[in-house]
Design a protein around this ligand. Structure first.
Ligand code: SF4
Length: 372
């Protein structure tokens, strides 16, 4: 560490502040590695306030690693519904099964085994090992990189793996003896509550006195981070096919984005102009779904929605559609289809973009099938 004294000051002040100010969050009442693991996975890309009710429900429904490993995947996805980034839930369950098979149901305590679990990267491994077992492992995420870049006035681009590796080394060196759990959580807490991205609250910061970035007047410039590419726009056309108050949905393929979740049948338009022109869109949708074995006649566009994933921005137009004349609605298809009413909507796992749409549909249709 370049400035050892500053490092010692940082560790001491941060610990004292965290012990005084830390928020009482449900997962902080436990040292159970499973509880900490679930919370860390839920907190990726998601705000604390959003996570809390999900965390309670999830831990009630799957109180142990064994319960999670043994549950049907559909139940796990359902418990996750609305949190988004569903691969997190699938990986969590896959890793619970790994713990059952490889570690006799007991969460491992060594870094190599923890890092070998599905969905656990360096940050999550460090967070679990330090918080549950007080091991001096760094847990470096965006918050922590921001705080360290500012406090030590570091110019490295945090989007670069080498810079991240350097910050992990620094974060490990900073951990005061025997205080890994409190120190790492304090660092995360400082980034979340005080040293925030746009307006750092330096005047109430416990380490302001020796913060090199602040002293250089650069706290708002740091950290340096090259911009990620904007999500790619994707234009989709979806079919709302209704029969006796029920709606036809299909299950997504086994692999890839939103794998195995249920959705309205839909297809990607080749470009924005086909998507926005009524005739072209109707033709394209009918042709694309027919190629998959679903024979429909789009009638009219009834709505529009959008959803942003990490790398993709979906623009979706919804067309009400009827079965095409002269043949069955469904031929043999690779994907399973089924008719659902209000009750199944509550039972099946659907991506938020379609769930919201279907909720609105069932709410607006007095004749729709509500008894399931
Ligand atoms: S003084 Fe300001 S910039 Fe420095 S660590 Fe504290 S909040 Fe961040």
């Amino acid at each position: 560490m370049k400035d050892r004294e500053a490092g010692l000051f940082f560790g001491e002040e941060l610990l004292a502040w965290y012990k005084r100010e830390c928020r009482d969050l449900p997962w902080r009442r436990s040292r159970d590695p499973y509880a900490i693991w679930v919370s860390e996975i839920m907190l990726q890309q998601t705000r604390v306030e959003t996570v809390i009710p999900y965390y309670h429900r999830f831990m009630e429904r799957f109180p142990t690693i064994g319960d999670l490993a043994a549950a049907p995947e559909e139940d796990v996805l359902k418990a996750w519904e609305g949190l988004g980034y569903y691969s997190r839930a699938r990986n969590l369950q896959a890793a619970a099964r790994q713990v059952m098979e490889l570690h006799g149901g007991k969460f491992p305590r060594d870094k190599a085994s923890v890092s070998g679990l599905k969905g656990i990267g360096p940050y999550t491994a460090g967070a679990i090992l330090s918080i549950a077992f007080d091991q001096p492992e760094p847990a470096v995420d965006g918050n922590v990189m921001r705080v360290l870049s500012r406090f030590f006035d570091l110019d490295g681009d945090i989007a670069k793996p080498a810079v991240r590796a350097g910050l992990e080394k620094l974060a490990k060196e900073l951990i005061p003896d025997g205080e890994a759990a409190a120190f790492n959580q304090g660092l995360m807490e400082l980034g979340a509550l005080v040293c925030t991205p746009r307006s750092p609250g330096c005047l109430s910061c416990p380490v302001m006195e020796r913060c090199a970035g602040r002293l250089a007047g650069r706290e708002r410039e740091l950290p340096v981070k090259t911009k990620a590419k904007a999500p790619k726009p994707v234009y989709r056309l979806a079919a709302l096919i209704e029969s006796e108050g029920r709606v036809l949905v299909r299950r997504r393929p086994e692999e890839g984005l939103l794998a195995r979740m249920w959705e309205l049948p839909h297809a990607e338009a080749p470009n924005e102009s086909v998507w926005s022109s009524a005739d072209a869109a109707a033709d394209w949708l009918a042709g694309a779904l027919e190629a998959e074995g679903l024979r429909i006649q789009p009638v009219r566009c009834v709505g529009e929605t959008e959803h942003v994933f990490t790398h993709l921005h979906w623009y979706v137009k919804i067309w009400s559609a009827e079965p095409a004349a002269g043949g069955p609605l469904l031929r043999e298809t690779a994907q399973p289809y089924r008719w659902i009413g209000r009750r199944e909507l509550a039972e099946l796992a659907l991506p938020k973009v379609f769930k919201t749409l279907l909720e609105e549909f069932f709410d607006s249709e007095p004749g729709s099938e509500n008894a399931g």
